[in-house]
Design a protein around this ligand. Structure first.
Ligand SMILES: NC(=O)c1ccc[n+]([C@@H]2O[C@H](COP(=O)([O-])OP(=O)(O)OC[C@H]3O[C@@H](n4cnc5c(N)ncnc54)[C@H](OP(=O)(O)O)[C@@H]3O)[C@@H](O)[C@H]2O)c1
Length: 286
């Protein structure tokens, strides 16, 4: 059984991590459990949640609870709150999210709205419902998952950038406003990090101008900044240096170019694959 750290004593007994089934969220679960906090893991893929929860229970002797929830649904956070009504949560890591780059006007509108609800509204609802709980219990902590560059706009990822920019602004506003209620709010400005999202974007880490960092580094720097009481955390010294010297306009152009090139490359690859499979299908009869 892990002895609770000073940090765990401040936010115990339970933390809630959304998007806990993989990547950065799963790493938050590991690092919070290693501090001695019990953790509620939430996401859609129950089998993966179970794997992570069993791993941390075994390694750190803490308790876990898994909740299957689709945070792109309208009333998801209310349902989550209901399921956790008997659990005293002192810390929430609102991390669940995704991205789907593409041409704004060519993407499916319904699917864009679903992602917008997941990447923005669910964070808003989590803040409203869980900070209310924190105020009643005398304090707590909320960490939002944002995205590097979102506050400047990211061409060809406009929907997701817009949603994450909203989260960053919400986080910075609440950081000051809720301090007097003993609630620490911080936004993690997630830099390129080596998780499933990189592959989903169709990016090859080898082709990226900056190598993505590990989820371990991203989370341990974020937790260090959270403990220091910061409003924002951008992990990686190089990321901090580059974002301080590159003008935002140039950064927006560079990110847009990288994504546009990736989209074009993926489209070519898909067309080649489709052509070769249609040749294979056509060959027996020829
Ligand atoms: N990695 C990067 O380079 C990068 C850059 C910028 C921002 N981010 C942000 O960082 C956060 C963590 O992403 P990651 O890099 O760790 O990628 P990941 O491995 O794909 O993790 C995403 C997590 O979000 C959960 N999730 C996705 N859709 C959901 C839904 N509708 N309802 C509930 N949970 C959902 C996923 O679980 P299920 O699929 O099981 O539901 C998964 O646990 C996300 O908010 C992402 O947008 C990442």
């Amino acid at each position: 059984m892990t002895t609770p750290s000073t940090f765990a004593k401040k936010y115990r007994p339970w933390a809630l991590v959304t998007g806990a089934s993989s990547g950065i969220g799963a790493e938050f679960v590991r690092q919070l459990a290693s501090e001695g906090l019990n953790v509620v893991l939430a996401a859609r893929r129950g089998d993966l949640l179970k794997e992570v929860s069993q791993e941390v229970e075994r390694r750190y002797g803490i308790s876990t609870k898994c909740v299957i929830v689709d945070l792109s649904e309208d009333d998801a956070v209310e349902k989550l709150d209901q399921q956790l009504r008997n659990i005293d949560i002192g810390l929430v890591i609102s991390n669940a999210g995704t991205g789907h780059p593409g041409h704004f006007l060519e993407q499916d509108h319904r699917e864009q709205l679903e992602r917008f609800r997941l990447n923005s509204l669910s964070h808003f609802n989590i803040a409203r419902i869980f900070c209310d709980r924190f105020a009643k219990r005398g304090g707590g902590g909320l960490l939002f998952g944002g995205a590097m560059g979102a506050d400047h706009g990211i061409p060809f990822a406009a929907t997701d950038a817009g949603a994450k920019a909203l989260v960053q602004s919400l986080g910075e506003s609440l950081h000051l406003e809720l301090k007097r209620k003993n609630i620490q709010v911080m936004t993690l400005v997630v830099p390129p990090t080596n998780t499933a999202i990189i592959t989903k974007f169709g990016l090859d880490p080898a082709d990226m101008p900056m190598k993505p960092m590990s989820a371990e580094q991203c989370v341990s720097e974020a937790l260090r900044h959270f403990k220091q009481g910061r409003s924002l955390s951008l992990p990686g010294a190089l990321n901090r240096f580059l974002s301080s010297i590159i003008p935002t306009k140039l950064m927006r152009v560079m990110m847009g170019k990288m994504i546009e090139q990736t989209l074009a490359k993926n489209a070519k690859r898909a067309a080649r694959a489709a052509a070769s499979s249609s040749m294979l299908l056509g060959s027996p009869g020829e």
